[in-house]
Ligand binder design. Structure first.
Ligand SMILES: Cc1ncc(COP(=O)(O)O)c(C=O)c1O
Length: 396
């Protein structure tokens, strides 16, 4: 018997699973994904396992493995290529700790890196790394900016899939091709888009990919996933380890240190079980949709949003080229926190960052959400007109 055709939810059907969309205009997925009914149920299930069984590790480990398998499926990897970590920074640290900086000190990153990952890279200087930042020109990173820094002294090149500040889709594939030509490895931070932007690690051809569950993956804080390409040799053993990173987790041999196979070597202590329940619930929601439809739905909304804001005279930080955009549009404002607070009084949830207000879409976002945001923003501008463009800072 063949498998039944998998269920494919439309955006409207998907939206019914997110109760906050009934009461709010939720445009803050770049910060935290909306709570689904599946996620709420999963968190309750975790509590029930405690009430019913006390210490049900056998149930919990099953759920942890389900979250690993679901993440692997989302990015076209195998479960053995996925390490479960507590946050993206920990994943980045583990990838960095596997490099031999004394042999090849170069570590290339970008001005658009999420600060926490950049901090991990900078801390590698204590182990001999030489950190180089590909500059952002007019606010955007590009291939030449990376290319001129990548040479045969590089161990690692770090590329965000989308810039956290304004959503720019970086030319990951081209940068990866350049890095590999010089014998360097590539880490992709896919946090700002994975779940909306379709990703296949075989197509990206990256060596590592990291993402946490709480934004577009529709989970909760406390868990992230580190993809490590199968067969990638690691000249240096991880500095952070523990029993879940060992070949035999339950050997109980304090005198032996034998790292696990594949990505397992990058895990440390007890996994984040509650967050794994949440991650699995979020990933299961995504699995009920078609990746290409998710991306196309959000791209159409983002185009509508970008063009409407531009036509309204807003100063936009996101790319003008639709192909270079992500799931969010960022606009410049002299006080984004005050603007976000005003919008919140109108039931519109957004995400201020520095000099920018980020407005993010997901598969549950509707055209009506965009209209509501535009109306609320127009009301704000009537009361508090923007200062001239040259008084708005040019960077985020
Ligand atoms: C691109 C990106 N990477 C990483 C993070 C977070 O890193 P961590 O999981 O270490 O807190 C964020 C935001 O929270 C982000 O936007």
């Amino acid at each position: 018997m063949t498998d039944p055709t998998p269920e494919r939810l439309t955006p409207a059907q998907f939206r019914t699973h997110f109760p906050i969309t009934c009461t709010k205009t939720y445009l803050a997925s770049c910060s935290q994904g909306a709570l689904s009914d599946a996620l709420a149920a999963a968190l309750t299930t975790f509590q029930s396992t405690l009430l019913e069984h006390g210490n049900p590790w056998e149930h919990w480990i099953v759920e942890v493995e389900r979250s690993r398998a679901a993440f692997a499926e989302l990015i076209g990897a195998t479960p053995a290529e996925i390490a479960i970590v507590s946050c993206a920074s920990e994943g980045a640290f583990q990838a960095a700790s596997g490099q031999d900086w004394t042999r090849r000190p170069g570590l290339v990153t970008t001005d658009l890196e999420f600060p926490s990952l950049a901090h991990v890279w900078l801390a590698q200087r204590a182990r001999g790394a030489e950190v180089r930042f590909a500059g952002a020109h007019n606010g955007f990173a590009d291939l030449p900016g990376y290319t001129k820094l990548i040479d045969s002294s590089c161990s690692l090149v770090s590329v965000p899939l989308h810039a956290y500040a304004h959503g720019q889709r970086l030319p990951v594939e081209e940068i990866t091709e350049t890095a590999h030509r010089h014998g360097a490895r590539v880490l992709v931070d896919a946090y700002q888009g994975l779940g909306v932007t379709a990703v296949d690690v075989r197509e990206l051809d990256c060596d590592y990919l990291v993402a946490g569950a709480l934004k577009y993956l529709l989970g909760v804080p406390g868990i992230a996933f580190l993809y490590v390409r199968a067969g990638l040799p690691h000249p240096v053993d991880p500095l952070l380890t523990g029993w879940f990173g060992q070949r035999d987790t339950f050997a109980f041999t304090p005198h032996d240190l034998t790292f696990g196979p594949g990505a397992k070597r990058f895990q440390s202590g007890s996994p984040p079980v509650l967050a794994a329940y949440g991650a699995h619930a979020g990933l299961s929601m995504l699995a009920r949709t078609d990746p290409a439809e998710r991306q196309a739905h959000v791209a159409a909304l983002v185009t509508h949003l970008y063009e409407s804001l531009r036509d309204a005279g807003e100063h936009l930080a996101s790319p003008a080229d639709p192909a270079a955009r992500g799931p969010q549009v960022a606009l410049r404002d002299h006080d984004p926190a005050a603007l976000a607070a005003f919008l919140a009084t109108r039931g519109v949830m957004t995400s201020p960052r520095g000099s920018l207000l980020r407005i993010a879409c997901h598969y549950y976002t509707s055209t009506e959400d965009i209209v509501t945001l535009l109306d609320a923003l127009a009301g704000y501008r009537r009361c508090k007109p923007q200062p001239s463009a040259n008084r708005l800072t040019a960077t985020s």
